[in-house]
Design a protein around this ligand. Structure first.
Ligand code: I3P
Length: 376
């Protein structure tokens, strides 16, 4: 891709930001990013490359937070091997530092802050599809390296939770971005779902008032398939195999009004602005994205599953960067005879979702941004 950096206001104007702060439309669908705006005293660097965290201090000389690798491996080993029984977690909840939790993304109240680097995500039960996916992933040498550490399933007060590595733990006022992967973002089962939904019609006309047909306007409802295809077409999902769902810059409010970020220029500029011309961050994230691609290609889990609706979650602060694949509620095991490459175009029955096609496109944009920032 040959895109040049043009500093357009696009999704970054104050007006947009103001609108976004008052905009509740997106909140239901966005559960992933929990940002703790706290007033902690400065923490030690706690990083671990194998968990997707890349400390700047490894490549940046003279970082004031330099710590021996041994020390941060030891810290992480302690945190992630911490027993995660319901009782302990409830006790830990009491010691959560006071601060403001912002749920930037997602189905509300499905995720709860834990402590010691753990978050809990509510699921339907022990056989929830996401729990099944995490169990499979954690047995896969490659897939397990690109997702949050899975600590198990726990029950508390009648609810069941996944216990996962808190990807923001230890970061200070981080920049975060959630990129939903894939050209197809719905399960094939939606094709047969004829249920008409007024909420999706409302979301549709909020973005494009003239999009519904006369019939749909009359019914004031659309099917989920109709809405999801529209959503993919209005954003970059259809063309690039990914879309930027939400982001937050250091010291700023979250931006979730990104449903029409679609063109090469808009996508490029949004990511470039997110990276703030930080060469080191861009370079390390590019390496991590390539690593993620390589692990997906080698993983047996990915060969045997369609991965629908997952996101790449990117985070960086002054000290470190990290990127992981998250959200496996719509990952499904493929029948034995079905083979997918995660890049081909979807046709009903072939189960292709285009996640690797999206990673290819994303890497290409990061390469362009990296080249641009090196040349200026
Ligand atoms: C939502 C988004 C979610 C989807 C949700 C959509 O649209 O595509 O991924 O949830 O369906 O409404 P938007 O991003 O425009 O808010 P699932 O991934 O769980 O299907 P829902 O309304 O049926 O929850």
């Amino acid at each position: 891709m040959t895109t040049t950096f043009i500093n357009r206001p696009m999704a970054w104007t104050n007006q947009r930001l103001k609108y976004t702060q008052n905009d509740c439309i997106n909140l239901k669908a966005l559960w992933k990013m929990l940002i703790l705006n706290d007033n902690h005293e400065k923490e030690d660097i706690k990083s671990n490359k194998s968990l997707g965290l890349i400390p700047h201090s490894i490549s940046d000389k003279n970082s004031e937070n330099d710590m021996s690798l041994l020390k941060f491996f030891a810290i992480n080993a302690l945190e992630l091997s911490a027993p995660a029984s319901p009782v302990l977690l409830l006790q830990q909840q009491k010691s959560i530092p006071s601060g403001t939790w912002l749920q930037l993304a997602g189905h509300p109240e499905s995720i709860a802050p834990g402590a010691n680097g753990i978050v809990r995500k509510r699921i339907s039960g022990v056989d929830d599809s996401e729990a099944i996916a995490y169990r499979g992933i954690s047995k896969d040498a490659y897939a397990s390296k690109i997702v949050p550490k899975f600590l198990g399933v726990t029950e508390s007060n009648g609810d069941t939770y996944l216990e996962l590595q808190d990807l923001l733990h230890g970061f200070r006022d981080p920049a975060v971005m959630d990129i939903k992967m894939g050209r197809r973002t719905f399960l094939e089962s939606e094709v047969k779902n004829t249920k008409l939904r007024n909420d999706l019609y409302k979301k549709m006309i909020a973005v494009a008032p003239t999009e519904p047909t006369d019939e749909e306007h009359k019914q004031e409802a659309v099917t989920k398939l109709r809405y999801m295809l529209f959503r993919e077409r209005m954003s970059s999902s259809e063309s690039k195999g990914f879309r930027i769902e939400a982001l937050r810059m250091k010291g700023s409010s979250p931006i979730t009004d990104l449903k029409t970020v679609k063109s090469d220029t808009d996508v490029y500029n949004t990511i470039a602005r997110f990276l703030c011309r930080k060469q080191n961050v861009t370079k390390q994230l590019l390496e991590r994205l390539k690593q993620i691609r390589g692990y997906i290609e080698k993983s047996h889990f990915f060969q045997r599953h369609e991965i629908v609706g997952s996101s790449i979650f990117i985070v960086y602060d002054e000290d470190r960067v990290g990127a992981w694949l998250i959200d496996f509620a719509k990952s499904r095991r493929l029948d034995e005879h079905v083979k997918i490459d995660h890049r081909s175009q979807w046709e009903i029955g072939n189960f292709e979702e285009g996640i690797l096609y999206g990673v290819d496109q994303l890497i290409s944009i990061f390469e362009d941004i990296s080249a641009e920032s090196n040349s200026t």
